[in-house]
Design a protein around this ligand. Sequence first.
Ligand code: FAD
Length: 284
Amino acid sequence: MEHVDVCVIGGGLSGLASAVCLAGAGKTVMLVEQSERLGGRASSDVYEGCFVNRGPHALCQKWIGMKVLGQLGIVPKGGTLALGGTLTEREHEYELPMTPLSLLKTNVFTWKQKKEFLSLLFRLTRQDLEKGAALDVIVKRLPNPDISFALDLEQPLYFSNHSAAAVFTNHPDYQVIHTFKYHRASEIPDSDQDRELLEAFLDRLQPGWQNEVLKKRYLPAMTVSHSLVTPERAAMLSKESPAIKEIPGLYAVGDWFAREGLLADAALASAYEAVQDILKMEGK
Ligand SMILES: Cc1cc2nc3c(=O)[nH]c(=O)nc-3n(C[C@H](O)[C@H](O)[C@H](O)COP(=O)(O)OP(=O)(O)OC[C@H]3O[C@@H](n4cnc5c(N)ncnc54)[C@H](O)[C@@H]3O)c2cc1C
C-alpha cells in the first residue's frame, strides 16, 4: 500500500471536509467509505431530473458551516426561506408565529398555551429531533402553493416545499417537497402508520397532491443527528479536543462531536477544528 499522511474514515460531510482541507494543505489523504457513494446523510438522489435530499435539509447561512464551506471554495446556491408558515390541528390551520413578537400577538394560543408552545419548542430542540420518518415527493405542480412550511400541533409532523427557496431542477413547474415525522425518544416507530400520517398530513395541506406525483420516496428510519448538542453536552465538549488523548494521531469528527453548531454545521465545524489541530501538530 502506498504511504498516506492521513486516513479519513467515512465520506459524509465531516469526512469529506476533513479530506479536502488536508489535501489542500498538501497532505496525501486516503478516504474510506463503507457505502457505494459519498455524502452520508447529506447526499441527494436524482429522480425525474430533480435533486432530492434524504429528508428535508437546510443550511443556516449565519452559522459556522457556511464559513467552512467558503474556505473550501464552496458557495451553496439557494435562497432564504421566508419566515412564516402554517400550524395545523385536525382540519384547522393557523399562522405559525415565528418571532417572539408574533407569538405574543397571535390569537391561536392563550397565554398559558403560549408558555407551553415555547416550552415545546425548547424541548424539541433539546431531545426530540434525532430520528424520524421522511416522505420526499416530486410533484408536477403544487396544489396549494401558498403553504411552503407547516408544523402540526398534535403530532410531530413537518412539511416544507424546498423548491420555494432552492433550485432542484430545470423544469419550471416541478416542486420537491418534504414531510417528516420526528420519533420521540421512547417511541417504537410503526413504519406503515408513520407513512399514513405523513400522507394524511399532505392531504390536508396540499389536497390532490397524489394526482401530481412524479416520484414518492419513503425513508422510515432516518437518523437526523447522532447526538444533539445540548447545553450540558456543549459544556462537556468545550473541555475536549477532537484529538483522542489515549491514541495519538486519532481524531473524532462528525455532528455527534462538535462544540459549535448543530447538525451539518457541527459536522463541518468539527472537521475544521480537527484539521487545524493536525496541521498545528505537524508544524511542530
Ligand atoms: C432527514 C434529515 C434531515 C436533516 N436536516 C438537516 C438540516 O436541515 N440542517 C442541517 O444542518 N443538517 C441536517 N441534517 C443532518 C446532516 O445531514 C448531518 O448532520 C450531516 O450530514 C452529518 O455528517 P457526518 O459526516 O457527521 O455524518 P454522516 O453523514 O453520517 O457520514 C458518515 C459517513 O461515514 C460512513 N461510515 C460509517 N462508518 C464507517 C466505517 N466503519 N467505515 C467506512 N465508512 C463508514 C457512512 O457510510 C457515512 O457515509 C439532517 C439529516 C437527516 C437524516
